[in-house]
Design a protein around this ligand. Sequence first.
Ligand code: BGC
Length: 740
Amino acid sequence: MNPFAPKKEELNDSAYWVMVEKIRDLVPGAAGRTAEFESLGIPTNVLCDGPAGLRINPMRKGDSNTYFCTAFPIATLLASSWDTALVRSVGEAMGNEVLEYGADVILGPGMNLQRNPLCGRNFEYYSEDPLITGKMAAAMVRGIQSQGVGTSIKHFAVNNQETNRNTVNTIVSERALRELYLEGFRIAVQEGQPWTVMSSYNKINGAYTSESHDLLTKILRNDWGFKGYVMTDWGGGKDPVAQMKAGNDLLMPGSGKQISEIIQAVKEGKLEEKVLDKNVENILNIVLKSPKFRGYANSNKPDLKAHAEVTRKAAAEGMVLLKNGNNALPFSNIKKVAIFGVGSFNLISGGTGSGDVNEAYTVSLVQGLENAGLSIEEKSMKEQLDHIQKAKAKQPKQLFFFMPPAVIPEFSVKPALASAAAQNADAALITISRISGEGADRKAEKGDFYLSDEEVNLIKIVSSAFHAAGKKVVVVLNIGGVIETASWRDIPDAVLLAWQPGQEAGNSIADVLLGKVNPSGKLACTFPMKYDDVPSAKNFPGIELPDTSTRKPGSPLEEAFLRAKPAEVVYEEDIFVGYRYFTTFNVPVAYEFGYGLSYTTFDVSNLVASSGQFAGKYEFSVDVKNTGNTPGREVVQVYLSAPAGKLVKPAEKLVAFAKTSLLQPGETQTLHFVLTPRDLASFDEATSTWIAEKGNYEVRAGVSSLDIRQKATFELAKNLTVEKNTKALVPEREIKVLRP
Ligand code: BGC
């Protein structure tokens, strides 16, 4: 069970415990289930976490079988592939495990925007950009649901931090909501048709999302046409009657107290039964499609071997080569490597919390390299393993299984050991790892967003020893979210951003290091020079407000980890999130949005457009040629720069992207793009409409947000009203929004 769900003593609630008992019989480790009405032939639906794979208990009492699930790469890695077909294939494999293990709905994908690099759950989310987020989530939803099971896109909406997530009131403009925080969800709803949506814990402009009729009915159903049901996050919101009225159909995990309050409200005439009829209808329409209703006989035996291949491939496709000095990669003529860094001996496949998966194994870096035919320098390995063993023995016990494990201090390598290793090995690998997860945000401190002094020393000492021996050093970043790289990246020869790559970690990394896979990942988030450059830095995670409740302080653990104090955060950066900010305000970054190297080179040329006028749409194509010596794939990213008019515009925004197939040296592929009125439009708060303002638009086709290779201009002769939306989610007070 999710530890964030209400506690037994808090609830003293029989309905809740009936549910818990039933889950134990059905799919142990599931997060929850819907009510069943046997006499009416209505079965229960089992809901299990996601989103990096199905989360259930791998062992069952009195049962010698195992129920391991595949840990797929984290969402941030998948987004870096810029490959929706690949993400769909991951979804198919994941959905098959949902089906075969007897669940009906997986609680994912997660798709909040990565507003700030410190959000502890960013690994569960795709990108700082809503188009990438929406396209990736839609592909994932389609893949999972192709197996006849459901998804729950979450956390709707604006759950961009973990600090005080249950109470925080987010004050944000209608425009930033529509263009950024809601836009990915809109795309996923309209292009993916998820069976369910999970509302978030936080408030938006004064109302809990699960109690917001504006969000769940006006926007989700009326503006976007959502047809499924909405469930709360576990224990989310306060007022079940308001939740029913808002269109939050299912309360999870559900309690008898909530049921009594709803019945009471009906009796007192405060809640019309027809509201409940609609809520029930929404849920039942989905139950009718579920494996349980269809009577599907699940095997409990998904093809885990085949899925391991899917995750191995996906992980390699989403890794981003940040630096490759002197063509350090791919390894050639390298037989033996020295590996350094605690992370090298403890690769992290994914984050913690409900987004963690109970996988059977994680392939270590040693195993991955050995599987690829390399050997490992033994002395340096042995000393580090001894260090890790001793450090583990001294580690404090994990307070709470949902928390990230305590960090093992980095090994302090002696120059003599590094020099000896440099004599024995052909190259060095240093892994830097980070882990975070549900319930806590990361910190802009050494050892987290910044490297620790020990990590920097390790990179320095190993690099100087190997460089003195004429050998190369590669840093592998095994992280779930953005870290600082600018201050140390000049020291090693190459930097590979491997993210948290799922259970085949070591194999996937080796595939890229050895060139079995040519890296084609591109950042879907910006790596800033320093934390303070991030536009939301001064408003993250907001401020705590005086606590007027009579709430007794909880245990030290609750206060430290699960605390929920009244709080608010104001999104003053407004629409200038991620590259929209850095490009508009000309702030230098370490690695820009869209950036990523390859083992080959590409030319993007020959932009051919249908016309210089926008006539309902704008069509164009570009040619991509592999000009190097290695087969590879390139991503063309189309940014649009809109004319200044009534509304302020970011310097550019991503409006389309496409990835080539594997191009052989010398091979060319033509990529086609169509821009629609919606791509030109901005949200006008005064009229609640999407408007495209007349003037000249610049189309920029590039291989990153800063590396633009082809440009064209078209004219929009007249202002266009593209879409009218409902007035909704108006901020309670004026926001001092950032403007150029
Ligand atoms: C998390 C959700 C999760 C749910 C059920 C909550 O604490 O925020 O993402 O799906 O628990 O486990």
